[in-house]
Design a protein around this ligand. Structure first.
Ligand SMILES: NC(=O)C1=CN([C@@H]2O[C@H](COP(=O)(O)OP(=O)(O)OC[C@H]3O[C@@H](n4cnc5c(N)ncnc54)[C@H](OP(=O)(O)O)[C@@H]3O)[C@@H](O)[C@H]2O)C=CC1
Ligand SMILES: O=C(O)CCC(=O)C(=O)O
Length: 425
C-alpha cells in the first residue's frame, strides 16, 4: 500500500482542498505506484507564501550559527534515513541505487557545508580614504525564496537551493517536480524532524503551470530559483523580472567531451560512458557530444562500442544494473523521437537505438545505450538536449576544429577534454 504525502505549510502537514492527488509511478515497473502527493491550488500557495513571509522576520534575526544548527540537525536526520530516501528515489525516477545513495550523501554534505557557512564571513570591510569612516558591506537575506526543481536530482538540487537560502536568513517554499515529489517529501520530513521554526521551510506539490507559475507571480516571493527546461526557465525569468524580483535559472546543456589524439584512450572511453550515460543521460551536465580527433577516431569508436555493449540495463534496484530506465513516459518518447531524428538526418546508428523489452524490461521505459556515428554539427542530435542514453560521435582533424565544434551550440554549461598537452588560449 503506497502512502499519500501532504503539503507542509506553516509547520503543519496539510491536505489540499482540491481533493485531488498526483501519483508517481515507477519507471522500471509502469504500473507500480510509488506514492502520491497533493494537487494543490493557488490559494494554498498564497497561504505558504504568507506563512514564509511571517516566519522570515524572526528567522533572519537568529545568529548564523543558530541557523546552522538547524541545517546540521536536518543533515544528521537525513543520514539516518539515507537508505529509505535513496530507495524511494530509485523507485520514483529510475536511477540506480548506488547513484541514488551517492546523490543523497551529496545532499547531506551540502547541508553540512552550509551549516558551517553560518560561521563564515558575511561581508567585507573596505579601506576608506577618510580615516574616521568605517566602510563595510554585509550580506542580508532577500526574504522568501521560491524553489522550483526538476526530477533528475530530486534530493541534491532542492538541497543545494534551500540550504544557502536558509543559512542567510531567507525562508523557502519548495515546489518539486511532480515526478520527484515523493522523494522530495521524504527530504522535507527530515527538515520537519529537525524542528525548524514553523513557516521557515514550506513544501507544496502540484502542477508546474499552477504552483510553479504561482511562485513566479506571487509578490510575497522575493526570489525564485529554478532548474529545468529552457522554455519554462525563460518564462519564469520574464515573470519574476517584470515584477522586480530576483531569479536564478539553471537550464539545459549540450555538452562536449573532446578526445584528443594523445589521450589515454581507455580513460577517455570510461569517462565518455560515465559522463554520457550515467543517470541514463538525464543530467544537464551530460556529455552527449563526443568530439574525437581523426587520428584515433576508429580505435576510440571500437573501444567505446565494445565497452558500451557490456553495460547492464535494468531496474535500478538490482545490484547488477549499471543504467536504469528513462525517468518517465514523456522522457522515453522524447528519446525515441531524437533517435528517429538522428537516423532521418543521416547519422549512422553504430549501437543500440531500440527499446528493451526482454523479460521484466517490458514493464519499464528502457532504451539501449545508443551511439551515433558520422554526426555533424548541423544535425538536430548535435544541437538539442536529448536527456537520454544517446551519444553523438563527431570526427575532427585538429584540436582547433574540436574547439570550434564544441562551441557550435546555443548552450554553454559544462565541457571536458581528454589530452596530455596543456592548451593556452
Ligand atoms: N537542467 C536540468 O537539469 C533539467 C533539464 N530538463 C530538460 O527539460 C526537458 C523537460 O523536462 P521537464 O520535467 O518537463 O522540465 P520542466 O522545466 O517542465 O520542469 C522543471 C520544473 O518546473 C516546473 N514547471 C513546469 N511548468 C512550469 C511553469 N509553467 N511555471 C513554473 N514552473 C513550471 C515543473 O513542475 P511539474 O513537474 O509539476 O511539471 C518542475 O518542477 C527535459 O527533457 C530536459 O531536456 C529537465 C529537467 C532538469
Ligand atoms: O551533474 C551534476 O552533478 C548536476 C547536474 C544538474 O544540475 C542537473 O542535471 O540538473
Amino acid at each position: 500500500m503506497h502512502k499519500t504525502f501532504l503539503n507542509y505549510i506553516g509547520g503543519e502537514w496539510q491536505t489540499s482542498k482540491s481533493g485531488d492527488i498526483l501519483s508517481s509511478y515507477n519507471p522500471a515497473n509502469k504500473t507500480e505506484v510509488v506514492g502520491s502527493v497533493q494537487k494543490s491550488t493557488r490559494e494554498e500557495l498564497d497561504e505558504a507564501a504568507a506563512q514564509a513571509k511571517k516566519a522570515q522576520k524572526a528567522w533572519r534575526k537568529l545568529a548564523g550559527a543558530e541557523r546552522g544548527n538547524y541545517l546540521y540537525k536536518a543533515a544528521v536526520i537525513m543520514e539516518e534515513n539515507l537508505e529509505e530516501i535513496a530507495t524511494t528515489m530509485t523507485k520514483e525516477m529510475g536511477k540506480s541505487l548506488p547513484e541514488a545513495k551517492g546523490e543523497t550523501t551529496r545532499g547531506i554534505q551540502i547541508l553540512k557545508y552550509f551549516a558551517g557557512e553560518g560561521m563564515r564571513s558575511d561581508g567585507d570591510v573596505i579601506p576608506s580614504t577618510d580615516p574616521s569612516a568605517l566602510m563595510f558591506s554585509k550580506r542580508v537575506p532577500i526574504g522568501v525564496v521560491g524553489v522550483i526543481t526538476p526530477w533528475n536530482f530530486p534530493v541534491a538540487i532542492p538541497i543545494w537551493k534551500i540550504a544557502p537560502a536558509l543559512i542567510y536568513g531567507n525562508t523557502v517554499i519548495l515546489k518539486p517536480a511532480s515526478e520527484g515529489s515523493v522523494t522530495a517529501a521524504k527530504v522535507i520530513e527530515c527538515f520537519e524532524k529537525a524542528d525548524f521554526p514553523a513557516g521557515v521551510v514550506n513544501f507544496i506539490t502540484g502542477s508546474g503551470s499552477v504552483i510553479g507559475q504561482g511562485l513566479a507571480e506571487n509578490k510575497d516571493v522575493n526570489a525564485v530559483t529554478f532548474t529545468g527546461s529552457n522554455n519554462v526557465g525563460k518564462n519564469i525569468g520574464n515573470i519574476v523580472g517584470a515584477r522586480g524580483g530576483k531569479y536564478q535559472l539553471e537550464m539545459g546543456g549540450k555538452n562536449p567531451i573532446i578526445i584528443a589524439e594523445d589521450c589515454d584512450i581507455e580513460a577517455a572511453v570510461d569517462a565518455t560512458l560515465s559522463g554520457g550515460l550515467k543517470s541514463t543521460g538525464q543530467k544537464c551536465t551530460c556529455s552527449s557530444r563526443v568530439i574525437v580527433q581523426s587520428a584515433i577516431y576508429d580505435q576510440f569508436k571500437e573501444r567505446l562500442i565494445k565497452k558500451a555493449k557490456e553495460i547492464t540495463v535494468g531496474d535500478g534496484m538490482d545490484a547488477s544494473t549499471w543504467m536504469g530506465p528513462c525517468a518517465n513516459e514523456g522522457q522515453f518518447n522524447t528519446v525515441k523521437y531524437y533517435i528517429d531524428k538522428g537516423k532521418e538526418e543521416g547519422a549512422t546508428l553504430a549501437l543500440g537505438g531500440n527499446q528493451l523489452t526482454e523479460g521484466n524490461l517490458k514493464n519499464g521505459y528502457y532504451i539501449e545505450p545508443t551511439i551515433f556515428d558520422n554526426v555533424t554539427s548541423d544535425m538536430t542530435i548535435a544541437q538539442e538536449e536529448i536527456f537520454g542514453p544517446v551519444l553523438a560521435l563527431m570526427k575532427v582533424d585538429t584540436i582547433e576544429d574540436a574547439i570550434a565544434v564544441a562551441n557550435d551550440v546555443e548552450f554553454g554549461l559544462s565541457a571536458s577534454i581528454f589530452t596530455k598537452i596543456s592548451i593556452i588560449y
